[in-house]
Design a protein around this ligand. Sequence first.
Ligand SMILES: Nc1ncnc2c1ncn2[C@@H]1O[C@H](COP(=O)(O)OP(=O)(O)OP(=O)(O)O)[C@@H](O)[C@H]1O
Ligand SMILES: [Mg+2]
Length: 354
Amino acid sequence: MASVRFQGVSKIFQKDILALAKFDLEVRDGEFLVLVGPSGCGKSTTLRILAGLEEPSTGDVFIDERNVTDIKPQDRDIAMVFQNYALYPHMTVYDNMAFSLKMKKMSVDKIDRNVKETAEILGMSDYLQRKPKELSGGQRQRVALGRAIVRHPAVFLFDEPLSNLDAKLRVQMRNELSQLHTKLKSTMIYVTHDQAEAMTLGDRIVVLKDGYIQQIATPLDLYDNPDNSFVAGFIGSPSMNFLNIELEKGVIHAGDTVLQNTPYEGIPDGEYLFGIRPEDIRPSEGSLLSGEVEVVETLGNENIIYLKFNGRQFAARCGPRVKAVPGKTFGFSMDFGRSHLFTSDGIKMRVNKN
Ligand SMILES: Nc1ncnc2c1ncn2[C@@H]1O[C@H](COP(=O)(O)OP(=O)(O)OP(=O)(O)O)[C@@H](O)[C@H]1O
Ligand SMILES: [Mg+2]
């Protein structure tokens, strides 16, 4: 068990490729922290710096108040699980898990205890004598986790460990990882570009973009109170709907549309980006607001209706019985109390929501 601290850490590759801008981050002992962001935003670099596989350009990394910046990877008490976990194909599950302990010259008895205990945790006790090619994808992934767990590291690092699995198995393994964290109570740092994975796994989530931290918050706080339009658009599926608006004395003007009774009284007049989540749009026949239906996604438990509204595509999350026909007009209302307002540069405006 351990806490982790990044202090003024940055990474520049080849003199001018900024992978990580200077950042501070504290990961609490026993926390499940998720780093999320689009490809190339610096997620793996952050993990690699913590693991000691990459040197930071500036700053220091601490594990439990011990400055490990100049400490070799093998002496950091960290275990990392990658997307391409490459098990040793000629070794049994048992030997795959025992390998790093043998390297550490642990006694045969202790290795046996650790491997069997880990196999038990992962539900793999019956598979210890199999070779990787005799396992399913999910079972192989469990062995990869097992190789990390047997070492009882202070910190677990995961770099998109579920990317190679099919959608159903990903959800199952996600669930198992959550349970594993509850059981082990270890500090875990998990990298993904999948916002749903981030939301379901993280105690807290760090959103990264182009090497800059955009926001650090709990999943719900991130969803309800995004600090900027990038976070607002990145977290949630379908994405938040956006509209370029002009605000005049609390009244919204968007193209030909005028929206009264907004919660924006007191906000300076000017141009803003207005955001509303798909679930905060309701069907409303005869409403002043309407758009042409482009696509209807029937999911069984709900319908996602995509409309053209003011030149933008708007998604509305509706009940399964709500009818909408492509090409036809769809009237709707919005829950302004749950809307978001950003400056034209995408910075959140503080709004007193009514
Ligand atoms: N060894 C390297 N040399 C030069 N540039 C690098 C190197 N490693 C990473 N980068 C660059 O640093 C940036 C961050 O890379 P990183 O691998 O951390 O991204 P990531 O968030 O993990 O992306 P992905 O989701 O695609 O894995 C990228 O622009 C990448 O091209
Ligand atoms: Mg990566």
